[in-house]
Design a protein around this ligand. Structure first.
Ligand code: BGC
Length: 745
């Protein structure tokens, strides 16, 4: 028996070079018992760090040895992954484990939170940060990241907005594509790449009331037009895996949703990778009330096309019985196993299960100074200048005395934001605090004074006096306030998104000194800060910038980097405006300003417009837009036209401008939004320089999901003839030039 097994293993290895991966997968599958197959569909958390409710299980080692586990998550470092892989190599078929991890915005080197990075609109930068994260993670034993998160969200109460790319489908889709490419590199099997995972499929960002894990009720039109495209972009980029989501979509939990996983993803989109559940989401279908027990939960998930069970144990405990009971055809199990084995082959794990476990490579990758340089630049690109009265910024490096005040000036780890990775054996000293960043930058003759002023939360004002005192001794005050880093993230929904505690009261006291105050707002979501917005002369929204936060902030404050970011999410004036987004429908009674409220779609007690709109962000220089031109004012469906515009830097600093192209389809068989982003370009212009740029318009940019007259259950992707308005803007509100053209039959 043993000899037979060895011969089989040898023959797999001998023929390995010649066979295609699909053939190799088939050969392995033929050797597997049903129990071993189900083992491949089972994923456990390692024991020392958890990102969900933990199940105590002391037999994981034995289960791995028995071939009952396909993957582990939250298992970090070459030492630890190697020791688990060694156990897997003691199993009968020696099928290697996959090691998954939430490498969301960096590994050791921490980049800005994804929402911040999205504000750079810099696809190359985002691809690069994913590339570096993958380089570090893969050197540290990881071969699979649970990123990018591509959920669109219009609700800043939802704590997980920090993980995504904001509210816009077009921008979100471009970013999804770039991030997948960054994580996965050019070819599957590259040593410094990891598999990416597009999550959470789908609708999670539309949780009712912004409450995490809550239900989602959405029309088919909204699903197809707004929420699905970033996932499709991830498929187009070759994403290896998908994760389904905790929410129900129109009454069916996403995890057990066949329409989403089998019909759309694996059917219509021909996705060849595998789908992992979210943490425990198979078992949670019992709470949803869509199944009675774990047996039914496993049946529902596998039937729907969910291939791997993260942490619920429902597959492990029920699939064999379900097959025996003829409830689940073995082809479903085989298909799921094949998809997973395919990825293990592509990663080269069958050739060398330890290929991601080289301690020397790990050391080099985690200490590469180039990574810190990239993190600094990308952090600078993510900072949004919201206000700059009388050109208070940039500050002069010769400023004599600066008071640097606030609860976020000195902390290190806060700068990492949520979903950072605690790499074993690495302390926090490599993080550049905001204080350190400023200290590094200031000239010899300048003095930097510090006071904490207050805490992030609570009502203790005892530190105000010291803060006011140092403010009075200074030429400029910089105040760093905001959320705690764990106030946004998973399970961090909030009904009150104001700047917490007494921080804005501290600002009030500092402003009363008459000194100019620059406010840095650190957060994982758009916050509400009316007082600051209306009274502080200069505001930088720094989000959470990662390990180079301090240096990046200093680069911006002193003009070594000219701010270029623009908001990827609308900022409400009050939580009462939420959900808020720029691409709304006009309604039958549109309010075009806050004066004509009567019998118009408005609030009686509040503007309907955001405090800061999608696409907004200032620079130290100014830009003028002129000369909008169309190559043709009529377009046939099979044609393209170009729209060109000249942008001039009118100020005295070199700077980048994100030129945004919005389109409005004036009349549609489904009504169309007042505008939709359809393209953008980020331009670098020297002081005084002009550039003419052009955008191509084809029928893709004019199409939408319209009702299909042949089948009213279906939607059809069409460009309908008629008038289209083209708007070129510096933000979704600040439209500088516009004109129309006609799509003709
Ligand atoms: C989150 C996922 C994450 C998983 C593993 C879940 O709670 O929703 O986004 O990838 O945990 O950490």
């Amino acid at each position: 028996m043993l000899i037979l097994f060895f011969n089989t293993m040898i023959s797999i290895q001998l023929s390995a070079q010649k066979k295609s991966i699909a053939q190799k997968v088939d050969s392995v599958l033929k050797l597997m018992t049903l129990e071993e197959k189900i083992g491949q569909l089972n994923q456990y958390n390692d024991d020392w760090l958890a990102t969900g409710p933990v199940t105590i299980d002391t037999s994981k080692g034995n289960q791995v040895r028995n071939g009952q586990v396909g993957s582990l998550l939250n298992c970090l470092g070459t030492q630890r992954t190697k020791s688990w892989q060694t156990i897997a190599m003691q199993s009968r078929l020696k099928i290697p484990l996959l090691f998954g991890q939430d490498v969301v915005h960096g590994f050791k080197t921490t980049f800005p939170i994804p929402l911040a990075e999205a504000c750079s609109w810099d696809l190359d930068a985002m691809q690069l940060s994913a590339r570096i994260a993958a380089t570090e993670a893969s050197a540290s034993g990881i071969n699979w990241t649970f990123a990018p998160m591509v959920d669109i969200s219009r609700d800043p109460r939802w704590g997980r907005v920090m993980e995504g790319a904001g509210e816009d489908t077009y921008l979100g889709s471009r970013i999804a594509f770039a991030r997948v490419k960054g994580f996965q590199g050019n070819n599957s099997g590259e040593l410094n790449a990891v598999m990416a995972c597009a999550k959470h499929f789908v609708g999670y960002g539309a949780a009712i009331g912004g409450r995490d894990y809550n239900s989602v009720d959405m029309s088919n039109r909204l699903l197809w037009e707004v929420y699905l495209p970033p996932f499709k972009a991830a498929v187009d980029a070759g994403v290896a895996t998908f994760m389904n989501s905790f929410n129900d979509l129109n009454g069916v939990p996403a995890t057990g949703n066949r329409y989403l996983q089998r019909d759309i993803l694996k059917g219509k989109w021909s996705f060849k990778g595998f789908v992992v559940s979210d943490w425990g989401s198979i078992g949670e279908m019992i709470n949803h009330g869509s199944v009675k027990n774990e047996y039914e939960a496993a049946l529902s998930a596998i039937t729907a096309g969910c291939d791997m069970d993260m942490e619920s144990r429902n597959y492990k405990n029920n699939l064999a019985q379900l097959v025996k009971d003829n409830k689940v055809p073995v082809v479903y199990i085989d298909d799921a196993v094949k998809r997973i084995l395919q990825k293990k082959f592509e990663l080269g794990l069958f050739d060398d299960p330890y290929r991601f476990c080289n301690a020397e490579r790990e050391q080099a990758a985690l200490n590469n100074p180039e990574h810190a340089k990239a993190a600094r630049l990308i952090a600078s690109k993510s900072i949004v200048l919201l206000k700059n009265e009388n050109q208070l910024l940039p500050l002069s490096k010769e400023t004599k005395t600066i008071a640097f005040i606030g609860p976020l000036v000195k902390p290190l780890k806060q700068n990492k934001g949520f979903w950072d990775v605690e790499v074993p054996g690495v302390d926090s000293n490599f993080i550049v605090s905001q204080w350190k960043g400023l200290e590094n930058k200031m000239g010899k003759h300048s003095k930097l004074l510090y006071a904490k002023g207050c805490d992030i939360e609570g009502d203790d004002r005892s530190g105000f006096a010291e803060a006011v005192n140092i403010a009075k001794q200074s030429d400029v005050v910089i105040l760093s306030i905001g959320e705690r880093r764990d106030m946004s993230g998973e399970a961090k929904s909030r009904s009150n998104i104001n700047i917490p505690g007494v921080q804005e009261l501290l600002l009030k006291e500092l402003l009363a000194t008459g000194k100019p105050v620059v406010v840095l707002i650190n957060a994982g979501r758009p916050l509400v800060f009316d007082y600051t917005a209306d009274n502080a002369p200069a505001i930088l929204y720094t989000w959470w910038l990662g390990s180079e936060a301090g240096n990046a902030i200093a680069d911006i404050l002193f003009g070594d980097y000219n701010p270029s970011a623009k908001l990827a999410m609308s900022f409400p004036r009050s939580v009462g405006q939420v959900p808020i987004y720029y691409n709304y429908f006009n309604t039958g009674r549109p309010a075009t300003n806050d004066e004509n409220r009567n019998y118009n779609s408005s609030y009686n007690d509040l503007s309907i417009f955001p405090k800061y709109e999608f696409g907004y962000g200032l620079s130290y220089t100014g830009f003028k837009y002129t000369g909008l031109q169309f190559s043709n004012k009529k377009m046939k469906r099979e044609d393209q036209i170009t729209v060109s515009v000249t942008v001039t830097n009118t100020g005295k600093y070199a700077g980048e401008e994100i030129v945004q192209l919005y389109i409005r389809d004036k009349v549609g068989s489904f009504i169309r939004p007042v505008k939709e982003l359809k393209d953008f370009q980020k331009l670098m212009l020297a002081a005084g320089e002009s550039k003419t740029i052009s955008f191509m318009i084809d029928k893709e940019k004019l199409s939408f999901y319209a009702p299909d007259p042949a089948n009213d259950q279906q939607l059809k992707w069409v460009a309908e003839p008629g008038e289209f308005e083209i708007m070129i803007g510096a933000s979704s509100k600040d439209i500088r030039l516009k004109d129309s053209f006609e799509l003709v039959n």
